[in-house]
Design a binder for this molecule. Structure first.
Ligand code: COA
Length: 150
């Protein structure tokens, strides 16, 4: 069996469906986020949003997306790694891959709304929290950002 890990920018519908499969398992089934909040108008191939999917061999195991928040600022959303693959460095690899893509797209900064339990994960990657904790889909969140140096 091929266990090679690969992270890709989604370019075809099959890859988008694989990314959505991961997000359904992680956010809708595991975290009980309502489907109508989890899947939205950005989740189409025709949207300007950049989707990412990670494969272990042929199996989708991670996903995320990146979109424009305001000119020069990207917003990272829906970072998800399947439970069976967590703690192996995939989350970090997805974040680094997204940051490369964000820089290549001309963003000087990226922001995200972190679930509070994941704040430490993002801090290790250089994200800084700001503002107050707020509720989204019944889950406490904190806004975080990272300014790119050069
Ligand atoms: N809190 C603090 N540190 C964490 C952490 C957490 N919840 N999760 C991982 N880390 C640390 C790891 O220990 C590792 O540290 P190291 O570099 O010192 O060894 C580093 O962050 C990278 O961890 P990694 O293995 O790449 O993370 P992962 O693949 O397990 O992915 C998530 C992390 C958050 C993406 C994953 O747990 C997940 O998908 N959770 C469910 C969905 C979710 O809540 N997503 C976040 C939405 S804001």
């Amino acid at each position: 069996m091929n266990h090679t890990l690969q992270i890709r920018v989604v370019s075809k519908d099959e890859e988008l469906q694989d990314a959505l499969t991961v997000r359904r398992l992680v956010f809708i089934e595991e975290q009980e986020v309502p489907e109508d909040l989890e899947i939205d108008e950005h989740d189409t191939l025709s949207s300007p949003t950049i989707h990412f999917v990670a494969y272990q061999g042929d199996t989708p195991v991670g996903a995320s997306r990146l979109r424009t928040y305001q000119p020069g600022v990207g917003k990272i959303e829906r970072v998800a790694v399947l439970g069976s693959t967590r703690g192996t460095g995939l989350g970090r690899a997805i974040m680094e891959f997204m940051e490369e893509t964000a820089r290549a797209n001309g963003y000087a900064k990226v922001k995200l709304n972190a679930q509070c339990h994941a704040q430490g994960f993002y801090e290790k990657l250089g994200y800084v929290p700001y503002g107050d904790i707020f509720d989204d889909a019944g889950i406490p969140h904190i806004a975080m950002e990272k300014v790119f140096s050069e």
